[in-house]
Write a protein that binds this ligand. Structure first.
Ligand code: AHR
Length: 515
């Protein structure tokens, strides 16, 4: 039992000297067999013209009393910067397939006002357009993912948008961009042709979409240094036919195929389940449903492997996250929901899954960045708070561009309730760009802590040091009255004989550097 002795165990939330009951979970990290790089864009965000996702939550306009830079809120941008946002997808979603980019350039007071037919039927002022979006991503130090309009748009409209954004020539469109204040081309990292073509993007079959995609992509001629990675809009949920058909028919014309999967507690769109005040049965069903992402990644990768065995195409999960019943008293078209500790675990479980598929999954976007669905930040007029999901993202920041390290996880228990059963511990390890090995652990059990013994064969581990995110209640969340109710706390333990033993609290996310 030497294995379980610990010299120092400094965890602010637990008393030191805890005695393990039974065999601990053992994690052995293999540093000799590095895997693929975890593309930083796996930590991408999504900001759609939807509810207060942009207007109010991020954009207040340059004349607002709320402190801003070029119209973007300083408080929100500052917090997102601190979270290391690598990529932002814009302008939708369903909104993208009705968005006409020329409505969003030039003098803001002259831009046409439209109706946001997808989201609440509210007026869309077009105050945020191409230049404003690039102001935002450049302030964040992030890359841009622009989603083109295949629904009500055309090959010509998308081709002109690409030219407007990326041409360094003296063409009329490039000069129009200059007249509107931007001399050098914008950097468009990704460009998607349509969104959810199987649904709000046009109710198509994959075969019909593949033909349209081929046609449009032919005319999106960006100069080589500015050419975005092209994205074909793929399938969702259990449907792998889009990954199959598109990887077969488009493999020479696209860089990746998108996929959408939302975590719904009940698994039913009609009554999804509440964001707060839920029973433990909905805790486990939410986590069980989110873990299905792994099966989706496996099945879609397998479909793509048939036509693209060298994995040249990426599987881009450009919408994922929790989707609950909207908060009572809010506009149902605005998709506003509270964000709790449960959401932080959902985020962390998905990160661990994406890392495990990093050879194929090279970009994802959580839906959505501010005030919509599983948000990082919630605002109310001039106030702002960070959600538990925000903390999961910033805790996992060292994994951006890190190299996956395989790990062996043994003695893992199942956490079970009613008919559901899921593994108690989920883990991922990687060597980051700072040279350190990082380990992330999730304890899905909301009642029991889990004892974990960590080793790195061939290396004498000295300690693990990092942070833990947990709270007393499954639905613990931050409010404007108590904005720090859920936030990370220090977590560390020192090793005995080159091995380190830790206790992961119930319902917790832990990220540590293994020293
Ligand atoms: O993220 C909200 C919506 O969900 C997006 O607009 C759409 O693509 C998806 O159905």
């Amino acid at each position: 039992m030497n294995y379980f002795k610990r010299s120092v165990f400094a965890l602010s939330l637990l008393a030191a000297g805890t005695v393990f009951a039974g065999e601990p979970v053992s994690i052995s990290i293999d540093t000799s067999k590095p895997g693929p790089v975890i593309n930083k864009d796996i930590y991408g965000q999504f900001a759609e013209h939807l509810g207060s996702g942009i207007y109010g939550g991020l954009w207040v306009g340059p004349n607002s009393k709320i402190p801003n830079t070029k119209g973007w809120r300083n408080d929100v941008v500052g917090a997102l910067k601190a979270m290391h946002v690598p990529l932002v997808r814009w302008p939708g979603g369903c909104f993208a397939d009705e968005y006409h980019w020329k409505d969003g350039i030039g003098a803001r007071d002259k831009r046409p006002v439209k109706v946001n037919t997808n989201w609440g039927g509210v007026e869309e002022s077009n105050a945020v357009g191409t230049h404003e979006f690039f102001d935002l991503v450049e302030m964040l130090g992030a890359d841009a993912y622009v989603n083109g309009n295949l629904g009500t748009g055309s090959a010509q409209e998308m081709s002109e948008w690409i030219e407007y954004m990326t041409s360094d020539s003296k063409s009329t469109l490039a000069n129009l961009r200059r007249k509107n204040g931007r001399d050098k081309p914008f950097k468009v990292a990704y460009f998607a042709i349509g969104n959810e073509a199987w649904g709000c993007g046009g109710n198509m079959t994959p075969e019909h979409y593949a033909d349209l995609y081929r046609n449009v992509e032919t005319f999106l001629r960006a100069p080589a240094p500015y050419r975005p990675k092209m994205i074909a809009s793929g399938g969702n949920d259990n449907d792998t036919s889009w990954s199959d058909v598109l990887s077969k028919q488009l493999k020479r014309q696209t860089d990746g195929i998108s996929f959408h999967y939302y975590t719904i507690p009940t698994g039913k769109w009609e009554v999804k389940g509440a964001a707060t005040g839920f029973a433990e049965q909905e805790w486990i069903s939410t986590l069980a449903n989110t873990l299905r992402m792994d099966e989706h990644m496996k099945r879609n990768s397998a479909a793509m492997d048939q036509h693209d065995p060298d994995k040249k195409l990426g599987l881009f999960v450009d919408e994922w996250g929790t989707w609950y019943d909207v908060e009572k008293g809010t506009n149902a078209g605005f998709l506003f929901q509270q964000n709790t500790l449960r959401d932080a675990l959902v985020a962390a479980l998905n990160f661990n899954i994406f890392h495990a598929h990093a050879d194929r999954v090279r970009m994802t976007n959580i839906a959505q960045m501010v005030n919509v669905l599983q948000a990082m930040i919630i605002t109310d007029k001039d106030k702002m708070l960070l959600t538990p999901t925000y903390h999961a993202f910033e805790m996992y920041a060292p994994f951006q561009n890190a190299t996956v390290l395989p790990l062996a996880l043994n003695n893992n228990r199942q956490y079970a309730l009613g008919g559901a059963s899921i593994p108690e511990i989920s883990a991922t390890a990687a060597r980051a760009s700072d040279g350190k090995v990082y380990l992330a652990l999730v304890n899905t059990n909301p009642r029991e802590p889990a004892d974990v013994a960590i080793t790195v064969p061939g290396q004498s581990v000295k300690a693990v040091r990092g942070r833990v995110l947990t709270a007393g209640a499954m639905d613990a969340h931050n409010t404007f009255a108590a904005p720090q109710a859920v936030k990370p706390a220090p977590f560390s333990a020192t090793a005995v004989d080159g091995k380190v033993s830790v206790q992961i609290p119930a319902k917790a996310v832990v990220v540590v550097a293994v020293e």
